[in-house]
Design a protein around this ligand. Structure first.
Ligand code: ATP
Length: 356
């Protein structure tokens, strides 16, 4: 492992920001650290960079325990949400600044600055001052500065959050390219699940100071291990199910008895379970092979341009969100929601997966 985070906990006074966090980054991986605001992402980054001393736990870089080392002794590159470029220094001087700690001769330093400005496609802005750059160019200078000392790990803490959407999308691709070309092991922090899923080889999902899940984006999206992960990664809509038979597992939803194929647990008959569904796997209309139908009434229709979000209050008393591309039904209309059995994921009261 290039980076190992072992049982990190951190407390600000009585506020517990990190709770026994462990994960590792393999060499060359781009891992996204995602989670809602306040879940501890920045605290974790600061602990890895050495800007805070964790209350307990260890940080290892290339196998070496760096927990007690100061930030400057760690080979970590950092880019934050806000610019940290020196306004009185040129772009070239800013990038060179990251190299002053090493014992590098001036010619070599010049060559490294040129190489990294070239990498971020800003060779022609070398003599410019940060105030003369666009928001996106400024971000790229920060990347060059963080990468020039060839860190063991690059930490990007919400690097695109201050930019507008179109710039963010372009720079996202740019970061992916630069990461591929340099092969630098990268931890990319974001609260934007779409950004995380589109960029990362793996995700570390955090919630309330703890790791909620670690895995490949598609795997976590399709088989979320908890309801939190199901609703944080993409949209999720839920209903209640009751176990009628334990082994093999059969549940009842409304008037429908449904056998569960992939069973991880065999809760006793009568147990109430929570079912999660992706809104895009539901449709309005008669159920087809492999689906069951829940009748209900349309409560809301939101026109989002490319699609409609239709909320249906079903016979079971719960509301389901259905993504629809065709012309939607009207509010108060009676409809049937077709639910593919294979799309249903079941969780017990303690949020453990029961089956799907
Ligand atoms: P955001 O996405 O909003 O930046 P985050 O996931 O990075 O959030 P942190 O900033 O690490 O979360 O905060 C984790 C928790 O620790 C929050 O409850 C926050 O209020 C608290 N916290 C953060 N910094 C401090 C501090 N200096 N003193 C006291 N509490 C703090």
């Amino acid at each position: 492992m290039t980076l190992d985070v072992e049982s990190l906990s951190h407390q600000y006074g009585t506020e517990r920001a990190l709770n026994d966090v462990s994960f590792g980054l393999e060499s060359g991986e781009l891992v996204a650290l995602v989670g809602p605001s306040g879940c501890g992402k920045t605290t974790l980054v600061q602990a890895i960079a050495g800007h805070i001393s964790p209350t307990s736990g260890r940080v290892r870089l290339r196998g070496e325990d760096v927990t007690d080392q100061p930030p400057e002794a760690r080979r970590v590159g950092l880019v934050f949400q806000q610019s940290t470029l020196y306004p009185h220094m040129t772009v070239g001087e800013n990038v060179a600044y990251g190299l002053t700690a090493g014992d590098i001769d001036p010619d070599e330093r010049e060559a490294i600055v040129a190489e990294y400005l070239d990498l971020v496609d800003l060779a022609d802005q070398r003599e410019a001052y940060p105030g003369e750059l666009s928001g996106g160019q400024g971000r790229r200078v920060e990347l060059a500065r963080a990468l020039a000392p060839q860190p063991d790990v690059l930490l990007l803490d919400e690097p695109l959050s201050a930019l507008d959407r179109s710039l963010r999308l372009g720079l996202r691709e740019e970061i992916a390219r630069i990461q591929r070309e340099t092969g630098v092991t990268t931890l990319f922090v974001t609260h934007d699940q779409e950004e995380a899923m589109s960029l990362a080889d793996r995700l570390v999902v955090m919630n309330e100071g703890s790791v909620a899940a670690v895995g490949q984006p598609r795997e976590l999206y399709e088989s979320p291990p908890t309801p939190f992960v199901a609703s944080f990664l993409g949209r999720s809509t839920g209903l209640t199910a009751t176990v009628v038979d334990s082994d093999p597992l059969r549940i009842v939803i409304g008037e429908h008895e449904i056998p569960i194929q992939d069973t991880l647990q065999t809760p006793p008959a009568g147990t109430t379970l929570r079912g999660h569904l992706r809104p895009q796997s539901l449709s309005i209309g008669s159920p087809r092979e492999g689906e069951f139908g829940l009748s209900g009434t349309v409560r809301r229709v939101r026109d989002l341009g490319r699609r409609y979000d239709v909320t249906v209050r079903t016979e079971t008393g719960t509301e389901l969100l259905v993504e629809q591309h065709a012309r939607p039904p009207a509010v108060d209309e009676s409809v049937t929601v077709a639910v593919p059995k294979s799309a249903l994921q079941l969780f017990d009261q303690t949020d453990d997966t029961v089956g799907r």
